[in-house]
Design a protein. Sequence first.
Length: 277
Amino acid sequence: MTNVGIIGLGLMGGSLSIALQERSNTYRFVGLDHNETHQQQALELGLVHEIVHTLDEISKCDIIILTIPVEGIIAISQQLHDLDEKCTVIDLGSTKAKISSSIPESIRTHFVTAHPMTGTEKFGPKAAIPKLYENKVVVLCDMEKSGTHQQEVAKKLFSEIGMKLVYMGAEEHDRHAAFISHMPHALSYSLANSVMRQEDASSIVALAGGGFRDMSRIAKSSPHMWEDIFRQNRANLIEAIESFEVELKKCRHMVENGEWEALNKWMSEANTLHDIL
Ligand SMILES: NC(=O)C1=CN([C@@H]2O[C@H](COP(=O)(O)OP(=O)(O)OC[C@H]3O[C@@H](n4cnc5c(N)ncnc54)[C@H](O)[C@@H]3O)[C@@H](O)[C@H]2O)C=CC1
Ligand SMILES: O=C(O)C(=O)Cc1ccc(O)cc1
């Protein structure tokens, strides 16, 4: 039996437990969460077999999964100690550079820093879903800093739930993530707020079409989680927002000046994104 400790019983931790339980009965799940309602829900939903209340109890597990907001991951990693030689700690945070560089040297080889490129705008144990990880990419960062055993454990775990493994340095990961994930969340929050400041609720309900719903979906995401991500990836995010502002200004300029041919060409360039997605 492999004992898995999950710190943070929400969408990511809960979905990981469901996926592993569907594929094997050799795992036993122990959970830690600072929210009592989430502890209860996780037990009721069968996401964990047992709730514990201290890091010492979780530290005895073979595998420890960190699925709490990214500032919490750094705080918890400072408190983990006396880990068994074979213990593997895997964090699933959306940022990687600050996490990777702040893990104490004494436990660095125990750690694997990973980012599953999958998720939803929902959060908490009730948001956990079975197929979240299937056929999706997980980016494994700074793997040369992890122990040989820990690398193997993480690769086996992510492969077992049907993920595709991609390797990258943590700094490089954060730059890509700023453009492809973090900036789009900043835009969605901005879109939601700008429309709500101009339009009343009844007009939004009456007129919201698919496009507006698509683009504002991720504005429903957890402010706690995203505040931490924006804080940790601040410099890259600012650069990504600036590059977006350049494009938006181009669009505004062409509309203001009636440059319709140029606007049409600029839109056709954007169309090509979906040739590669
Ligand atoms: N939501 C998403 O789509 C994705 C999230 N991630 C990352 O995964 C991590 C977890 O995200 P979710 O599962 O979506 O969040 P969530 O909000 O659904 O779950 C987090 C859980 O951790 C608990 N928690 C928070 N701080 C804690 C602490 N210090 N000690 C104990 N429990 C604590 C909360 O009560 C909650 O139950 C984050 O680091 C996030 O950046 C990565 C990929 C996708
Ligand atoms: O809901 C969506 O479309 C997302 O983009 C979810 C998401 C959130 C955070 C991540 O680090 C990765 C994926």
